[in-house]
Write a protein that binds this ligand. Structure first.
Ligand SMILES: Nc1ncnc2c1ncn2[C@@H]1O[C@H](COP(=O)(O)OP(=O)(O)OP(=O)(O)O)[C@@H](O)[C@H]1O
Length: 708
């Protein structure tokens, strides 16, 4: 029986088909698998293609599938399906090859009839043809590549370069060392491959079908690519047996969540005992919901039940209520918490300076370090705090803190951070009372030190015990952590990076990342963390639009959304984000007036299949949409002048500014295909950053501007 494989372009084209045609295509695949000679398949070689082993097969009267059938091997690879003429046109100039240097399967559009002149100061002038060949650039593509002057021209070559070679070239263009790029390639590929071997070497593009059930799964799934096409760099992280805890960092859209889900699923299936459990956790409730939904796609039944998915606050709350027996009268928000400090001040007649110092010490030292008593506070090293605070000062601070804590305890009021601390202390004092065999943590950059210690206390030290994924550039909650100080020991080989962005186009990624230029991010363990990803997709440049008033901006938004819907975009594939929810009201009401359905994104809401989604930029975390509008991006509102201004010290202001930059980066990278940024009055300095240092003139809201 022949082996059947599906190329990613086949799954892409399949999803676009009407349901009836999908059914016929499905029948075709099964027939092909059983007997390619069967009547009615019209399995015939395409004459016009550059390759002699490309065939078409009949789906029905109108539709054809394009299939690769090498002469010497009993394998079929389905490459594309579409209406007869469109399918033929798609195949016409497409080459299907095994690269003899990398052993990868390569598909690209022939461009040998064009003239390319080698340039002396080109993008790749300092590499020899041999060096480029070794990276997997096909011989025919060497001269187009050597004619390139800049990165933009490289991206324009698009499908004329095979995907794996394009990635290697993009990394080189970005400044990676040649040897490093070559090593990454040779690490995961094997030269001298047959077609079948090349499919296996290229798992990000070709799904090799292993059984009828597998074929059923691939065909009946709704074709989320991430379920079947993983890059070797992702697959390694899913399957590798690690001696201890692992941290995977990568920019937005590099597939960290995808890897975390697959790894959780893989460990649950093959590595844990039936009475053991895996914890999958993240920072917010709605992200935990999304993770649970996606995990349901990967695994069901008994194995799924061994995977518990919960956000960290809920986990801590359950431990506090169900294990420790805490009775929680009220969960205090940040705003209410500020009010409590004010009350302590007037009840005990503390002066403003003492209260402010105590608050700051609580926020940056006592709370993050999980300090329980004065002795611990007197001993602690106040990491990151610029001003010395001696014993007398600390005693004075502790006097206020004790009163604050008593105030909360008497009323049985808690913040989530308190619940995390209580749960952590209880777990450390009661080892083995709750055990997970493995914990997988998504969005680790948003976890506090206490939360990380809680995770550590939940999982005994073992092989593959903890798996963290995150992006320090997306830290929007201001936690400063050093993982090694939380009992989490990540040695060199277990600190990994993902660098290929699968979500956003390179143009959107570039616009988003420029706001972080020159800003230092560490790897959550004190070492620097580079920002050097690349995107696989290309598209149009983000559109930045200046409007003269808020009304005009709202009108513009409505018009653009109407246009997109006319072009075939569904309303739910579009999202609008603003810095604060108040900003959005006007925009939302105008959309409603124009009869465009809308959906608010709240803490617990799910992505729905109807209506344009809207919410604050904080709500955009972890989500993705085909089109994103960032509205109200005016000076004074991005970064939000009010939160920057209310910080006491310059140092605190800079911390908030960094968070605001990250917030912009997060929201902009939610866009898969199109990003629209609009403002009225003066532009946010994040839109056209001149330098990474922002003076206060760049931030202050100009009172003459139209109010948002
Ligand atoms: N190998 C792959 N092939 C195709 N699509 C992929 C692949 N890996 C990830 N994706 C897709 O890329 C998008 C981003 O993936 P994912 O959400 O895992 O990224 P992330 O790194 O967690 O992003 P963020 O940090 O921004 O939340 C998703 O749509 C996902 O389905």
């Amino acid at each position: 029986m022949p082996n059947v494989s599906l190329h990613r372009t086949f799954t892409d084209s399949f999803t676009q088909l009407p349901q009836k045609i999908q059914k016929s295509t499905w029948d075709l695949v099964f027939k092909l698998k059983d007997n390619p000679e069967a009547n009615g398949l019209n399995f015939e070689r395409l004459k016009r293609t550059t390759d002699s082993h490309i065939y078409s097969a009949r789906v029905n009267n109108d539709y054809r599938a394009i299939i690769l059938k090498p002469k010497t091997e009993d394998v079929f690879m389905l490459a594309y399906v579409d209406k007869h003429d469109d399918a033929y046109r798609w195949a016409e100039r497409r080459r299907f090859e095994v690269n003899k240097y990398t052993g990868t399967f390569q598909m690209y559009i022939d461009s040998t009839d064009r003239d390319f002149n080698e340039v002396s100061q080109g993008l790749f002038s300092h590499y020899t043809s041999e060096q480029l060949l070794a990276l997997g650039v096909p011989a025919d593509v060497i001269s187009p590549v050597q004619s390139l002057k800049n990165e933009e021209e490289l991206l324009e070559l698009g499908e004329h370069v095979p995907e794996d070679a394009m990635l290697a070239l993009q990394f080189l263009a970005q400044g990676d060392q040649y040897d490093d790029v070559l090593e990454t390639i040779t690490d995961c590929r094997k030269p001298g491959a047959s077609y079948m071997e090349s499919f296996i070497n290229t798992p990000e593009q070709v799904a090799v079908i292993t059984s009828d059930q597998h074929l059923q799964e691939v065909l009946s799934a709704s074709f989320e690519k991430w379920r079947f096409y993983l890059h070797p760099s992702q697959l390694e992280l899913v399957h590798k047996d690690f001696a201890g805890s692992v941290r995977v960092l990568g920019g937005a859209g590099t597939g960290k969540t995808v890897v975390a889900l697959h790894r959780g699923c893989n460990l649950a299936k093959y590595h844990i005992q039936t009475d053991e459990k895996i914890l999958v956790t993240t920072y917010t409730a709605n992200l935990a919901n999304i993770l649970a939904e996606q995990m349901d796609h990967l695994v069901q039944g008994k194995v799924r039940n061994q995977i518990e998915i919960k956000h960290i606050d809920l986990l801590a709350r359950e431990i506090c209520e169900q294990r420790i027996g805490l009775s929680i009268q009220k969960l205090v928000t940040d705003e209410q918490d500020n009010g409590i400090w004010e009350q302590i001040k007037s009840a005990y007649q503390f002066d403003e300076d003492t209260i402010q110092l105590a608050k700051k010490e609580y926020k940056y030292v006592i709370d993050p370090e999980g300090i329980r008593n004065l002795d611990e506070y007197l001993d602690v090293v106040r990491t990151g705090m610029k001003h010395r605070l001696g014993k007398v000062g600390r005693r004075a601070v502790w006097d206020v803190v004790e009163k604050y804590r008593n105030w909360m305890a008497e009323r049985k009021w808690f913040r989530y951070a308190d619940l995390i601390r209580h749960a952590r202390i209880w777990l450390e004092e009661n080892p083995g009372k709750i055990n997970f065999r493995v914990a997988i943590v998504d969005e680790v950059q948003d976890f506090s030190q206490e939360a990380l210690k809680l995770i550590r206390a939940l999982v005994p030290i073992n092989r593959n015990d903890l798996f963290f994924v995150g992006d320090p550039q997306q830290g929007i909650y201001g936690h400063r952590v050093v993982m090694s100080r939380c009992g989490i020991d990540i040695r060199g080989g277990r600190s990994k990076r993902l660098r290929i962005n699968y979500r956003t186009t390179e143009q959107i990624r570039k616009q988003a990342i420029q706001v972080l230029k020159g800003i230092e991010f560490d790897d959550l363990d004190g070492q620097s963390n580079p920002t050097d990803d690349i995107s696989l997709l290309t598209g149009s440049k983000p559109l930045i639009k200046k409007l003269s008033s808020k009304d005009e901006e709202a009108g513009y938004l409505v018009q653009e959304i109407k246009n997109l819907i006319k072009q075939g975009y569904q309303a739910h594939e579009i999202a609008i984000f603003g810095r604060v929810s108040k900003t959005l009201n006007k925009f939302v009401s105008q959309l409603e007036e124009a009869d465009i359905p809308v959906n608010s994104l709240t803490t617990k809401s799910h992505i729905k299949q109807t209506g344009v989604h809207y919410g604050t930029m904080h709500r955009s975390k972890g989500l993705e949409f085909r089109v994103v509008f960032l509205v109200g991006m005016s000076k004074g509102y991005m970064p939000l002048q009010f939160v920057v201004k209310k910080q006491e010290t310059e140092e605190e202001k800079q911390i908030i500014l960094k968070q605001e930059r990250s917030l912009f980066y997060v929201a902009a990278t939610r866009a898969r295909e199109k990003l629209y940024i609009s403002y009225h009055g003066e532009a946010s300095p994040f839109l056209f950053p001149k330098s990474h240092h922002l003076g206060y003139d760049d931030l202050l809201y100009n009172e003459r501007n139209d109010k948002l």
